[in-house]
Design a protein around this ligand. Structure first.
Ligand code: KG4
Ligand code: ZN
Length: 364
């Protein structure tokens, strides 16, 4: 096997990213550079990602990110073996910006082009960071996605279930908005919850009474809104302690749902009798300490390795796209200049479509 050095590009949502990853057979993979240019400030007045603004910002920033990634890696394009780019799923304007940029670079430098599924980038990250072997169970949980996947191979996924409406990150962000906390809501709600009593308000644990691994988080947000409005009605407003108790109750409900559904997913995964059983998480919500701790405790109970990549590789980045590109390239899978952008691209093509779409665009 040859050493491979791949330049990755990511622009499917609100982060413009470029990275260079090198894989040396026998010695493992190394991230030579990873540049992420967030767009939060551009969207902050709108209460969500505005697709047109995102696409324009990606088109403006992509080549700057690519230049930075190459210079931080100390390489020129002539030392790159292939270009990998997110070709979907995501906000179509942003994905198109990335695909067009990558097509241009690949054509200009005479390099192979690899179209990567964004979700595969997340799902394969534990192989980049921890060298996990297939098959492993993954919970991908962020502002735009929430699904359980058994990862059998770089192009072989079995989706066990997912959210039928909001993604948990989206619910955290909405909760923060309802309580007047900062965006992104996840970290703000987590900090506030630290001062609260999770028992004071009884929030629902949606779909726990239904078999399987599907989840629902939109009712939780409605329950929080009702409880907040009841407090305002009864007291004329909400105190800091009310806010903390609401956050704590909300976070405990999300945590309970994710832990219980993971327990069920682990049972299905165990039926494969993997040699080295492992459960991995990825996505921004995987940064939440209560959720991490709940899932880690579950894995310890079940004697299953728990893998949580560093936060910078859980949230959107291009190193995961470069790495997925390496995996695909090694299996002989790459695309020509006809590579197209796909707004929807489920990893498991055989699984029925989930109902939800998430604030960051229809995913899978
Ligand atoms: O993976 P990510 O950067 O972007 C995508 O959605 O693809 O995830 C961002 C989401 C946001 O909704 C944010 O509120 C949430 O992850 N998040 C958290 C925490 N940190 C980020 N949610 C809960 N607790 C956290 N500590
Ligand atoms: Zn993502």
């Amino acid at each position: 096997m040859q050493t491979l050095t791949i330049l990755g590009l990511e622009s499917s949502c609100d982060d413009t990213a470029a990275a260079v990853v090198r894989d040396v057979p026998g010695a493992g993979a190394q991230i030579l550079s990873s540049v992420v240019e967030g767009q939060a400030a551009l969207h902050s007045d709108f209460g969500g990602v505005v697709p047109e603004i995102a696409a324009r910002a990606h088109a403006e920033k992509l080549d700057i990110c690519v230049e930075q990634a190459l210079s931080q890696a100390g390489l020129t394009l002539s030392q790159i073996d292939a270009i990998a780019v997110t070709a979907g799923p995501g906000l179509i304007g942003g994905v198109l910006s990335g695909v067009m940029c990558a097509r241009g670079i690949a054509a200009g430098a005479g390099l192979p082009l690899i179209g990567v599924n964004h979700l595969a980038g997340h799902a394969l990250t534990p192989r980049l960071t921890d060298g996990l072997t297939f098959p492993y169970l993954m919970l991908l949980v962020s502002g735009g996605h929430c699904q359980f996947l058994i990862v059998h191979g770089a192009q072989d996924y079995n989706r066990l279930g997912g959210t039928i409406d909001d993604a948990p990150g989206e619910a955290f962000d909405k909760t923060a908005r309802l309580l007047g906390l900062d965006q992104p809501g996840g970290p703000a709600v987590e900090v506030c919850a630290g001062q609260g009593d999770a028992q004071r308000f009884a929030f629902p644990r949606p779909l726990l009474n239904r078999p399987g691994c599907d989840m629902s988080f939109s009712g939780l947000k409605t329950a929080l809104l009702r409880t907040r409005d009841m407090l305002i009605h009864d007291q004329g407003g909400i105190t800091q302690q009310d806010r903390a108790d609401l956050c704590a109750g909300f976070q405990a409900a999300i945590c309970d749902v994710l832990v219980e559904k993971t327990r069920r997913a682990l049972i299905e995964y165990a039926s494969l009798a993997p040699d080295r059983p492992a459960f991995a998480i990825a996505g921004g919500v995987a940064a939440n300490r209560a959720i991490r701790a709940g899932l880690e405790t579950l894995c310890t109970e079940q004697a299953i390795a728990f893998v949580a990549p560093p936060l910078s590789l859980c949230t959107d980045n291009a190193a995961m796209i470069a790495w997925a590109g390496i995996e695909l390239f090694r299996s002989g899978q790459y695309d020509g200049s006809s590579l197209i952008a796909r707004p929807r691209w489920p990893l498991d093509q055989t699984a029925p479509a989930l109902l939800g779409s998430g604030k960051k665009g229809a995913k899978a």
